[in-house]
Design a protein around this ligand. Structure first.
Ligand code: GEK
Length: 244
C-alpha cells in the first residue's frame, strides 16, 4: 500500500518486554498509516461520517469527535457542513495526538474545529446534533462506559445521532477465532509481519477491551437511544448509528 504518511514501524523490532500500548509521540507520528493499515474499512467509515453530517447536522448546534486522534472525523464533519453556526469539538486525552492534530489544522482551512485535550469522561456535552465515538469507547474502562453513553445521550438534541465504531468480539468462540484470523490476513496483506501482529496484540491486551455487539446495542437502548442501526461491518470491526 503506497501513501504519503510516515510508515508505522512501532512494533517492527523484537521487544524484550511488551509494555501497554499508549498514544504517545511515537504512535502519533505514524498514526494515519497505523489507522489505515490496521482498521478494516477505516476510510469508508470516515467518508460516511461526512455523508451523515449532511443529513443530521442542525443549524447552531455542536458536533463532537470524541477520541479524535488526528481529527479525521472532525475534518470529515467540517468538510460536509451545509448548515450555519455549528461548532465542532475534537477531544482527545493524548497531548501527542492533540499537538499533531493542531499542526495539521494550522495548514488547512479547518479553523472552526476546537481542539481540546481532555478525558472524554470529564466533559460537558450539550446542544449536540452529531457525536462520534470512532474506535474510542473500546479504550474506556468497562465500568465507565455506561455513564459515558448516558452523558452523550443527555447532551444530544432530539433527532441527534451518535456514530459508534468499535472492534468487537463474538459470543461463539469459533466465530470469534474465524473473524480474528480473517482480520490478521487483512494486516498481513497490509504488510504487517507476524512479529508486529503478535507484539501489538500483546501491547493492546489490557488497553483495548472489545465487547459483543449485543452489549453495545443493550447499552445504547438502556441510555434511551432509538433506531439503532448497524450500518458497517468488516470482520470484527463494526459501526452503528443510534438516534435520540
Ligand atoms: C479516528 N477517532 O481517526 N479521553 C479522550 N480520548 C481518549 C480516551 C479518553 N478517556 N481514551 C482514549 N482516547 C479516531 C481514532 S483511536 C483508535 C481513535 C485506535 C483516545 C486516544 O488517545 C486515541 O487518540 C483515540 O482515543 C483512539 O477516527 O487507536 O484504534
Amino acid at each position: 500500500m503506497k501513501n504519503h504518511w510516515d510508515r508505522d514501524s512501532v512494533f517492527n523490532d523484537s521487544l524484550n518486554k511488551i509494555v501497554d500500548f499508549t498514544f504517545d509521540d511515537k504512535v502519533a507520528k505514524v498514526f494515519e498509516d497505523m489507522l489505515h493499515r490496521s482498521i478494516p474499512g477505516y476510510s469508508t467509515i470516515i467518508g460516511n461520517i461526512g455523508t451523515l453530517t449532511k443529513r443530521y447536522a442542525r443549524p447552531g448546534s455542536n458536533l463532537y469527535d470524541l477520541g479524535s486522534s488526528l481529527g479525521a472525523g472532525a475534518i470529515a464533519m467540517q468538510n460536509n457542513l451545509s448548515v450555519p453556526n455549528c461548532t465542532i469539538f475534537a477531544i482527545d486525552n493524548s497531548i501527542s495526538m492533540i499537538r499533531r492534530c493542531r499542526s495539521f489544522l494550522k495548514n488547512t482551512s479547518d479553523q472552526n474545529i476546537h481542539l481540546i485535550c481532555s478525558d472524554i469522561n470529564n466533559i460537558v456535552i450539550k446542544n449536540a446534533s452529531i457525536i462520534i465515538l470512532n474506535f474510542t469507547l473500546q479504550f474506556i474502562p468497562l465500568d465507565l462506559r455506561d455513564n459515558l453513553i448516558k452523558n452523550i445521550y443527555n447532551g444530544l438534541l432530539q433527532g441527534g445521532i451518535l456514530i459508534l465504531s468499535e472492534k468487537i468480539t463474538f459470543e461463539d468462540e469459533k466465530r470469534d477465532e474465524r473473524q480474528i484470523d480473517r482480520y490478521y490476513d487483512f494486516k498481513r496483506k497490509n504488510n504487517y509481519s507476524e512479529l508486529e501482529i503478535s507484539q501489538k496484540r500483546d501491547a493492546l491486551e489490557n488497553v483495548l477491551i472489545p465487547e459483543h455487539l449485543e452489549m453495545h446495542f443493550s447499552r445504547l437502548k438502556s441510555a434511551g437511544f432509538i433506531n439503532i442501526d448497524q450500518w458497517f461491518q468488516l470482520y470484527n470491526f463494526v459501526s452503528v448509528i443510534a438516534e435520540k
